[in-house]
Design a protein around this ligand. Structure first.
Ligand SMILES: Cc1cc2nc3c(=O)[nH]c(=O)nc-3n(C[C@H](O)[C@H](O)[C@H](O)COP(=O)(O)OP(=O)(O)OC[C@H]3O[C@@H](n4cnc5c(N)ncnc54)[C@H](O)[C@@H]3O)c2cc1C
Length: 460
């Protein structure tokens, strides 16, 4: 995602990936509303939709599901279930089409930075030079470790096995046993995932070394412990394990080296937020890093990546901590769970949780101002159609209902749409390339000040 965002601004990008082949574990992730909006903003949604399954948006917190409340404020108010390897492939193809270079089988082993750039060393001894380096290298990030950035938080307390395999007992028998166990064990499932194949999730007894892949025997043993039967599981398609460690990088940037995605934050998968969070980091960072490279970034722009995104990750870590507690089989946790189940019948509670998980409730701190300032603008109707269709190039946009403002001096970075009929409850708004509202008002001098704040000095 970051590579494609940088390419929109003509930055040369090289992606170094240690694996020679794409991953095989068919983790089904859900793209939540904000990620779907971002895809729409770059014209990617049409390409992604045929590969996923649309599900109605619903409040889903700690596996407590409630129908979405009225007033969900998005044109893309659904969840798209899509296998993670598919979304990764589609994003990779998109980045390559945009001109990014992707080299597989390249392990980053070290780097040094100086005032002009970063020298990267690969495991085979090859050296490369770039102006910036972004560690999108996952939870065990080599780049984060080499930077010496702390990754405080809690180690894994529980671990789960997850995989796809066949079962040796009739489906009716599986259904009855599974339903009985799931009444108390939320961290367990065994459910159909295609013809003859079942998806299995089962907790382990303790926490092991995650680098070691599980075997079908491990699954059988844990199934017997929790269900009293191993369901005759056999012929695995893929097997994996994951823990519930929760950690946040102390810093997202050290000089010319930045961190994004799981390299910067990890948390349990409950709520399906990790990939979404990483994609949204990339969307926040791309245009800022491009501005820095092209020399027009205002002084604090690149650091605003951390100022804006670290609190968002902090909030996600917190909601996964809360959800994890609510999955406990302890009587106290079960009682709080029952209480929350009742509370989620209140539309406001329901909407609040849904906006958290889907990331449409995010408001960056851009200073004092109306509630819309710092929030994302939904895909409203404008005279040419949909607003998001005007954001495909990743530029800023002055949406001008007064029809008398200009972006003169910034027209190489910011578009201008004069549309007095735009479905917007504000005179005019300045949108950043990530779709967040950077200014609201109707005064030319005021908008010029904010154009300078976000898009640097005018070109003339
Ligand atoms: C069971 C499970 C279910 C999940 N479900 C969801 C969900 O529903 N929704 C959701 O949003 N998220 C979900 N997640 C989380 C999601 O999978 C991660 O958050 C996401 O993969 C993080 O993406 P990333 O690109 O930051 O890191 P990764 O996916 O870990 O990618 C990092 C890449 O860097 C490469 N790399 C590592 N070190 C080096 C090196 N030294 N040199 C070169 N390359 C290197 C790796 O090979 C890898 O390809 C789930 C996770 C789990 C475990």
């Amino acid at each position: 995602m970051l590579a494609a965002e940088l390419r929109l601004h003509d930055v040369r990008v090289l992606v170094l990936e240690k694996e020679t082949e794409p991953p095989s574990a068919v983790r089904i992730v859900g793209l939540h509303i904000r990620s779907l909006e971002l895809m729409a903003m770059r014209g990617l949604l049409e390409r992604i939709l045929p590969h996923g399954r649309k599900r109605p948006a619903s409040a889903y917190f700690a596996a407590i599901a409630k129908p979405a409340p009225p007033g969900l404020d998005s044109r893309y108010a659904y969840l798209l279930g899509i296998p993670q390897p598919v979304i990764e492939r589609l994003l990779e193809e998109h980045a390559i089409e945009q001109g990014a270079q992707v080299r597989r089988g390249c392990v980053v082993a070290g780097f040094e930075q100086d005032d002009e750039g970063v020298s990267v060393e690969l495991a085979d001894g090859e050296r490369l030079r770039s102006r910036y380096l972004v560690g999108c290298d996952g939870a065990r990030s080599t780049i984060r470790k080499l930077l010496g950035v702390g990754f405080p938080g809690e180690p894994a307390r529980t671990e789960s096995l997850m995989g796809e395999m066949e079962v040796g007992v009739p489906p009716e028998e599986v259904a009855v046993t599974v339903a009985a166990i799931r009444e108390t064990h939320q961290r367990f499932w065994l459910r159909p995932a295609g013809v003859g194949v079942y998806s299995v999730l089962v907790p382990t007894a303790g926490v092991s070394d995650r680098a070691e892949p599980p075997t079908i025997e491990d699954f059988k043993q844990q199934l017997r412990t929790i269900a009293g039967t191993d369901f005759g599981v056999h012929s695995p398609r893929w097997l994996s394990r994951f823990g519930d460690a929760t950690r946040l990088a102390d810093s997202y940037r050290v000089g010319r080296v930045l961190l994004a995605g799981d390299a910067a934050h990890i948390h349990p998968p409950i709520g399906g937020q990790g990939l979404n969070l990483g994609v949204q980091d990339a969307f926040n960072l791309g245009w800022k890093l491009a501005a820095q490279i092209h020399g027009w970034a205002p002084e604090t722009l690149l650091d605003s990546y951390q100022t804006e995104r670290r609190p968002v990750a902090e909030a996600v870590l917190d909601n996964t901590r809360a959800q994890t507690e609510l999955l406990s089989t302890e009587p106290g946790a079960q009682a709080v769970r029952r209480l929350l189940t009742e509370l989620m019948d209140f539309d406001e509670v329901n909407l609040h949780l849904l906006e958290k998980i889907t990331a449409i409730g995010i408001r960056y701190d851009f200073g004092a101002g109306p509630d819309l300032l710092g929030r994302r603008l939904r895909d409203i109707d404008v005279k040419q159609g949909h607003l998001y269709d005007l954001l495909h190039r990743g530029r800023g946009l002055l949406l001008d209902r007064t029809e008398r403002l200009t972006v003169d001096g910034w027209s190489d970075r910011v578009d201008h749409l004069a549309d007095s009929a735009a479905a917007l409850d504000a005179p005019s708004v300045l949108l950043r390339p990530d779709g967040h509202v950077a200014w609201i008002g109707d005064d030319q001098q005021d908008v010029n000040d904010h154009l300078s704040r976000w898009f640097g000095k005018p070109a003339h």
